[in-house]
Design a protein around this ligand. Structure first.
Ligand code: EPU
Length: 293
C-alpha cells in the first residue's frame, strides 16, 4: 500500500487533551513497504518529523506547527510466538492500543502488565515513554524491540541494548530518529480470572485517585526523586487552579484538564504557574513529562 500523506492534520483531533492547531502533514504508514517511501519522504523535506500514537502524552501548541507527523496504522495484533517454561513470548505491532494488548493478555491468561491498566496510549508509545504505573513499567516486560530509522531500516534490538528508565527509552547503539515498529514481551502464565481481578483492582484504585475520564494527557510533570509532583502541586495550592477553560484537576493536581474550549496558551500559563509555585514553596524544579509540540 502507498504511503498516505494527509495535509494540515488537526492536532486537537489527534491528542487526548484536544488542544492545538495544525501540523503541516501527516504520513500514515500501513505496512513495511511504506517505510521505504517514508524514508524518501523524510529526506526530501525540512519539517521536523514526530511519531504520533494516540496523542495521550502530548500538549500541542495553538496555531501552526512545522511538523511532519508520522503515524503507524493497521498494525498486526498480538500473537504468542514462543513458550519457555511458564514464560510466554508475545509479539505485537506498535500501533495497537495498550488497552487492547492488556485485554488480549487477560483473555489469554497472561500476567505481567496489569499495573498498566487505564493507560490509554499505543504499544509504541508505551515503549517510547516506558509507560508505568503501580510498580510496573512496560520496559520490564520487553525482550526486544523492532525499530526503524531512515538510515538503518528495520532492526531488532534486544532489551539489554536498550535503556529503559523512569519515563525514558533509548537505544544508544542505533541512529537517532527512530520509530517503534514492533515489540516482543515476556509474560507469565496465569488465568483469565486472576488477571481480570488484578486489572479491576488497579482500575478501581486509579479511578479513585485520577480523573480517568476527563480530557487530559495524564500526569503533566515527572515525579521528582522520592516525591510526587501531584502532592507538591497540591500543597502549593494548584488543585482546581483555572485559566480560561483549562484547569489543574481538583482530584489530582498533576493532571491538566481541558474543560471544553481550552487553549494551549492557557495550559502553558498554568504549567508555568505550577512550576513557579512548587519552586518557591519547596525549592524543587519540576520537569515536564508531557511532550510539548
Ligand atoms: N497526592 C496529593 N495530592 C494530589 C495528588 C497526589 O496529596 O493532588 C498524594 C497522594 O495522596 C499520594 C501521593 O501524592 O500520597 C502519590 O500520589 P499517586 O499515588 O496518585 O501517584 P503519583 O505519584 O501522583 C504516579 C505516576 C502516575 C501513576 C501513579 C500510580 C508520575 C508522574 N505519575 O502518580 O502516572 O499512574 O503514580 O502508579 O510518575 C502518568 O505518568 O501520566 C501517570 C498518571
Amino acid at each position: 500500500m502507498a504511503l498516505q500523506l494527509i495535509p494540515d492534520p488537526s492536532l486537537a483531533e489527534r491528542t487526548t487533551l484536544r488542544l492545538g492547531g495544525h501540523a503541516e502533514v501527516e504520513a500514515v504508514v500501513r505496512d513495511a513497504a511504506d517505510l521505504d517511501e517514508l524514508g524518501t519522504f523524510l529526506t526530501r523535506q525540512t519539517l521536523r518529523p514526530f511519531v504520533i500514537g494516540r496523542g495521550s502524552n502530548l500538549l500541542a501548541r495553538d496555531g501552526r506547527c512545522d511538523l511532519a507527523l508520522i503515524r503507524v496504522a493497521d498494525t498486526p495484533g498480538p500473537v504468542r510466538v514462543e513458550r519457555t517454561g511458564e514464560r510466554l513470548t508475545v509479539r505485537c505491532g506498535a500501533a495497537l492500543g495498550l488497552p487492547g494488548l492488556l485485554g488480549w493478555a487477560q483473555r489469554a491468561g497472561m500476567t505481567g502488565l496489569e499495573g498498566l491498566t487505564g493507560i490509554p496510549g499505543t504499544v509504541g508509545g508505551a515503549v517510547a515513554m516506558n509507560a508505568g504505573s503501580y510498580g510496573v513499567e512496560f520496559g520490564q516486560r520487553v525482550s526486544r524491540v523492532r525499530l526503524w530509522s531512515p538510515a538503518g531500516g528495520l532492526t531488532w534490538v534486544d532489551a539489554d541494548r536498550c535503556v529503559f528508565s523512569y519515563r525514558h527509552f533509548s537505544a544508544p547503539d542505533l541512529p537517532a530518529g527512530r520509530l517503534v515498529w514492533e515489540v516482543e514481551l515476556l509474560l507469565d502464565e496465569s488465568s483469565p480470572s486472576a488477571v481480570r481481578r488484578a486489572m479491576r483492582e488497579v482500575y478501581d484504585k486509579k479511578r479513585a485517585t485520577q480523573p480517568v475520564t476527563a480530557r487530559s494527557a495524564g500526569c503533566v510533570f515527572k515525579n521528582p526523586e522520592g516525591d510526587s509532583a501531584g502532592r507538591l502541586l497540591d500543597r502549593a495550592g494548584m488543585k482546581g487552579m483555572r485559566r480560561g477553560h483549562m484547569a489543574f484537576s481538583d482530584m489530582h493536581a498533576n493532571f491538566l484538564i481541558n474543560l471544553g474550549g481550552g487553549t494551549s496558551a492557557q495550559a502553558l500559563e498554568l504549567i508555568e504557574l505550577g512550576r513557579e509555585a512548587v519552586k518557591t514553596r519547596f525549592g524543587v524544579t519540576l520537569e515536564m513529562e508531557v511532550i510539548v509540540l
